[in-house]
Write a protein of this length. Structure first.
Length: 504
């Protein structure tokens, strides 16, 4: 459900549409009308929960809006149409978080669609917690791949949440009310696995007193999740490949081929390609499963998500168990948790939080309370990351500014050294650095490479920031996602900077 603090953007030039939408949604959200796509980047960078787009807008405005919304797949969209949606279908990327509402608008229909979309995004963000770029990309991939009827291979270390991603893919498949049948291939003996997957006919073997449907038949119309598929026996792999290719299953001891409509998701914490080379996994099955592969990052590669995950697990436990008490984590303990490598990944973190919630001490959690539960805990030092109350954008902006200030300070030192050596005005001067350079590359001792390139000196922090962004984009062939990673900032922050400096 939308809350009174929700904020929706309504992109339209029709005053009557603004009036109708505002009246229908006034009890649950603030509706902000926008006449064209120009202000969209700035508005979307703020707190916006949903966007409504009027298809009666000019084509150029619709195209610009579609491009902006395509960069924000986690933002629900409602398309208001009085007729054909061909234009929008052609220019938009589509999303499970997009719905069409016909005009004239029925208030009840509009509010129901709003509630449905907000519930879907709430589900996604609660299941896959984190603001790191890695988690944003995983959520985007789920929204892209979820509706497509393709086989997906989930790879990653044990405990990274492959089962959670599998359930999210099923939820966004368009068949979320159909069965979801998970099975752990490593937990079932080889002699029983084929029976669990494909079922058996009465009398197929000793004690087969009745006919039994396997997982694939039980999941007809829905999803089968094959966890730890790398542990599946080769004989079962042969039958699985046949089921995937023919979309039909034959029970053990039977001769009737039964058609099934099932989407298959598979997961493995081992390198399946290496298993193929060792002859432990069929190559044809590997490529049949890897239509789409989603690698899940280990927790040590998204340490900034740890405080959010801790709070998420505490909230879950508080809802499920009455009388729980948790007074938070001290700054030093949080530094320790964010510096730890988490070999058990998210599962290990959740187990620790459960212990601290039910058996932890009174008051805030201190380092001595978590150290006994960490394998090879990190040394506590002054260089550990510190928790702050700043937003990610504020922190990223400060990182850029401090890096540029350091560069400016180094340039000043270089100038002082040159002056001390009595460098005359007629001699070639080394130009200052304000753009990023790869310090691992070797450079001539007499004249650095960056000086030969003739980079113009900047005169302000904004010039420095702009120059750094330009050069980062050049180094990665204008790939904005890679440029954001190179600069150490979020992709959304980079897009805002591109608009600010006219670099779009």
């Amino acid at each position: 459900m939308a809350s009174r603090n929700s904020r929706f953007l309504l992109l339209t030039q029709d005053p009557s549409l603004v009036e109708v939408c505002s009246a229908a949604l006034q009890s649950t959200a603030e509706v902000v009308p926008v006449r064209d796509a120009g202000p969209l980047p700035a508005l979307l960078s703020r707190s916006v929960d949903l966007v409504l787009v009027d298809l009666n807008l000019p084509d150029l405005t619709l195209t610009a809006a579609a491009e902006e919304l395509a960069q924000r797949r986690e933002l629900p969209n409602i398309i208001l149409s009085g007729g054909s949606t061909d234009t929008w279908d052609r220019i938009s990327r589509g999303s499970p978080l997009e719905k069409i509402v016909s005009t004239p608008i029925e208030s009840t229909e509009l509010t129901d669609v709003v509630d449905e979309l907000l519930e879907r995004i709430r589900f996604l963000r609660e299941q896959l917690v984190g603001d790191s770029i890695a988690m944003q990309e995983i959520r985007e991939q789920i929204l892209l791949v979820g509706p497509a009827p393709v086989t997906v291979l989930l790879s990653g270390e044990s405990g990274t949440g492959k089962d959670v991603v599998a359930r999210a893919l099923h939820h966004f498949s368009g068949h979320e009310h159909a069965p979801f049948k998970p099975i752990n291939c490593a937990a079932i003996p080889e002699s029983l696995l084929e029976n669990e997957l494909f079922g058996h006919e009465k009398g197929a073997f000793t004690d087969a007193r009745s006919q039994t449907r396997g997982i694939f038949e039980q999941a007809d119309g829905g999803t089968v999740f094959l966890d730890e598929i790398g542990e599946m026996a080769l004989s079962a792999q042969v039958r699985l490949l046949r089921v995937l290719e023919e979309r039909r299953v034959t029970r053990i001891g039977g001769d009737r081929s039964i058609p099934i409509d099932v989407r298959v998701l598979a997961a493995s914490n081992k390198d399946l390609l290496a298993a193929v080379s060792r002859g432990e996994f069929r190559r044809d099955l590997y490529y049949r499963l890897k239509v789409v592969e989603l690698p899940l990052p280990p927790l040590r590669e998204r340490r900034q998500d740890i405080p959010l995950l801790i709070q998420h697990y505490v909230d879950q436990l508080s809802r499920d168990q009455r009388g729980t008490r948790f007074d938070g984590v001290s700054a030093k303990a949080m530094d320790l948790l964010q510096a730890y490598d988490w070999p058990g990944n998210v599962r290990e973190l959740r187990n620790l939080v459960e212990h601290l919630v039910f058996l932890g001490p009174k008051g805030a959690i201190a380092p001595q309370h978590v150290l006994p539960h960490l394998d090879t805990p990190p040394r506590i030092g002054q260089h550990l990351p510190m928790a702050t109350n700043k937003t990610p954008d504020q922190s990223e902006r400060e990182l850029i500014y401090f890096a540029l200030l350091d560069l400016k300070r180094e340039v000043a030192e270089i100038r002082n050294l040159l002056e001390e050596r009595d460098v005359t005005a007629t001699e070639p001067q080394a130009r200052p650095i304000y753009a990023m350079e790869d310090q691992t590359e070797s450079a001539p001792a007499t004249e650095p490479r960056w000086a030969e390139e003739g980079i113009r000196p900047a005169t302000s922090l904004k010039d420095l920031e702009r120059a750094a962004i330009v050069q980062a984009l050049e180094r990665v062939d204008q790939n904005r996602r890679k440029a954001a990673e190179l600069l150490g900032i979020g992709e959304r922050t980079l897009y805002r900077k591109l608009d600010e400096y006219g670099l779009r």
